[in-house]
Design a protein around this ligand. Sequence first.
Ligand code: 4AD
Ligand code: MG
Length: 480
Amino acid sequence: MTHTPIVELLSSDSIHQEFTVKGWVRSFRANQFVALNDGSTINNLQCVVDFENTDPTLLKRITVGAAVAITGTLEESQGGGQRVEIKVKEVEIEGDADPEELKKTILSPKRHTLEKLREQAHLRVRTNTFGAIMRLRSKLSFAIHEYFNKNGYYHAHTPIITGSDAEGAGEMFRVSALDPENPPRKEDGTIDYSKDFFGKETNLTVSGQLEGETYALGLGKIYTFGPTFRAENSNTSRHLAEFWMVEPEMAFCDLDGNMDLAEDFIKYVINYALENCQDDLAFLEERQTKEDQSKPAAERAAMPLREKLHFIVDNNFKRVSYTEAIDILRNSKPNKKKKFKYPINEWGADLQSEHERFLVEKHFKCPVILFDYPANIKAFYMRLNEDGKTVRAMDVLFPGIGEMVGGSQREERLDVLKEKMAALDISEEELSWYLDTRKFGTCTHSGFGLGFERLVLFVTGMTNIRDVIPYPRFPGHAEF
Ligand code: 4AD
Ligand code: MG
């Protein structure tokens, strides 16, 4: 027996025709009105049961959370709230949901906090909020692939297990098959990883960039879109230990081209959501507006969700050099009034999220691309400018989010790259494969990484990154 997705029926004109729908009961009112949801849309389908002619034991089993198959005819709805409804002929219970047991879960029909929902992440996708978020997440993922495919990029699958630390930050999860109780040891007592599965130390990747570069220098334009892992102990609403990153990399492209791409790409995927996820965005917008009512004015969203998204699509990002940004920050009110936790005194300071948010939310009031950062606060692979102290780096900063994108033009000159590596004590031997790209046909090239969850956070208007990935991993948490 085939069944029809609810999203199709809700806009169908096939009145009086018979359909079967399958989904989970969201509510059952007056022994008559079943609100059914199958995940295909935020909207429920009303199914009207002829309770006088239905077996009471069957009626009793139509409870919140139960999985049911309903067959009946599509009719114009008499009641308000929906255009069409199903006049039920037959109900079949596929899976019961004991109301007493269900009461103890987040599926019970009352308001639950996001923290509570997180504890039951395996059930939260059946709520309106998480249904909307996860549908958006899926659509955004598709839009990303569509954008790159349309623009001549190849999708490159870079390894998850790596023998290198792309960011040189050393915050990695080790991958090992050694017996943790009794690992083989070298004479000096340290663990002998040459006896490990790969014959060396390996980790979960922090970024696919270095391998991505090698592919761009053969395929021209590539992107990666995969999970990345960071063992940084950042317990914030913007950090995950496992997150998904989109990393385009382009041969024969400089920093300006890189910034153009980042802006065009972000606008495309946000516009895709606006055009293809209207119901979910409308729901999330209303949700945010309601949430904001209980917040102090300063914490409320500056604009309704969809207006905010349109604003991004319709306006240019502001491009500002690090040096200009430091001047703005140094002379800013919060700096002068000592409101920043990290005061900005001199050129060279690393920007904290309070500074980034000041620039974006208070000063420019739009997304900002900061570029040409001091070399010593950025990764080794970024191209050194002629001034000898800044690199061709760029970060895209977003209101409410902070850093959405980090990228750069890459150092393509072998000698300069080697000097940088030596200064940072990065082994040439370990990265000999990477250095080969600079030996054989090196060229201007650039790329960036976009944190996918930060994008989803922005588009859904949610405030905690743990709520935009199905099973969040963060310090102390790897449930499910
Ligand atoms: O700025 P990051 O560290 O840059 C890189 O990894 C480069 N290799 C990218 C490249 O040039 N190909 O990370 C890129 C983005 C950040 O801007 C942020 O959006 C996101 O990844 N990100 C995180 N998202 C969630 N949780 C974390 N712990 C994140 N760390 C970075
Ligand atoms: Mg960064």
